[in-house]
Design a protein around this ligand. Structure first.
Ligand SMILES: C[S@@+](CC[C@H](N)C(=O)[O-])C[C@H]1O[C@@H](n2cnc3c(N)ncnc32)[C@H](O)[C@@H]1O
Length: 272
């Protein structure tokens, strides 16, 4: 793997470069939130000028607090089910399968647009029980290709906002109908975050549009039958927030005064 992979992405697919890069920067911190050495090595394998993202290391917690939270929940799920399926939707170039290193009873599916999956194939090695699915999440047929023979975790981090509410709810209903039991671990922007999307550098730079706003678990429970809420945690209240900078902790205190800001990004966990 000496030759670097060429990166040619636009829109929503391009957003995963920022999340990967911030994870790589976090890995170099004295007190990292995630400490993902796989991400640090991955950015070296891509032929890309990372300065083009226009983002600096101080913003890393915006991504790593979330990723560390979903790693913790996914670990819980895998600890309870040594035979399981993981469907990691909108995986981007995230190294979760390497970080969690699941056991031999786990079949893991990383799912994203074909251009993103093609990059994964170039920069990451194959591993037993690991599969790539190149598709749009909104294609109704891809889920039916995944065996429904064991408890299933649908982990969708950083993708719901690129779907419309109808597409997202339909996808979740399809998961609940298809698999015997499991969990949905998914994050959402609220209405305030969706309305203020023009202020987000990431969306401006990639030309991506955000759609699905979820203000609380009721918005999901009302549209998807057969799921039960296990947890709903705003970004600022995540257990994984601890090692972030003093600046982030100051913003966290201020956010408590403005509920729409405090709940701008929420981590939800459901059982079915
Ligand atoms: C913000 S990135 C997050 C990537 C990764 N989950 C992470 O946290 O690093 C959003 C990802 O969702 C993917 N995505 C967005 N809409 C999608 C769709 N309709 N079908 C498949 N993937 C999609 C993008 O290609 C991108 O990889």
């Amino acid at each position: 793997m000496t030759e670097k992979a060429t990166v040619d992405l636009t829109g929503a697919a391009q957003t995963m470069l920022t999340t990967l890069y911030l994870k790589a920067l976090d890995a170099g911190f004295e007190r990292p939130v995630l400490g993902d050495g796989f991400a640090e090595r991955a950015i070296e394998r891509l032929d890309y000028d990372w300065r083009d993202l226009g983002i600096s290391k101080r913003w890393a917690p915006l991504v790593t607090v979330r990723t560390a939270q979903y790693d913790a929940w996914a670990r819980d799920f895998l600890a309870a089910h040594d035979r399981a399926t993981v469907v990691h939707l909108g995986c981007g170039l995230d190294c979760r399968v390497q970080r969690l290193d699941p056991g031999p009873g786990v079949e893991w599916y990383d799912v994203d647009y074909p251009e993103v999956i093609a990059l994964r194939e170039q920069i990451y090695p194959a591993r037993p029980g690991y599969h790539l699915v190149a598709t749009s999440a909104t294609d109704p047929s891809w889920l039916d290709e995944i065996p429904a023979d064991r408890p299933t975790l649908l982990l969708a981090e950083g993708i719901s906002m690129y779907l419309t509410a109808d597409q997202g709810a339909e996808l979740l209903r399809h998961v609940v109908d298809r698999f015997p039991s499991g969990e949905v671990q998914i994050d959402f922007y609220n209405s305030f975050a969706i309305r203020s999307q023009k202020a987000h550098t990431l969306n401006r730079k990639t030309g991506s549009t955000l759609y699905w706003a979820v203000d609380g678990p009721a918005d999901v429970l009302n549209r998807v039958q057969g799921i039960r809420l296990l947890a709903a945690v705003p970004f600022f209240d995540a257990d994984t927030f601890g090692p972030t900078s003093k600046g982030f902790h100051a913003v966290r205190r201020l956010s408590r005064l403005v509920p729409p800001v405090r709940k701008a990004l929420q981590y939800h966990r459901y059982a079915f």
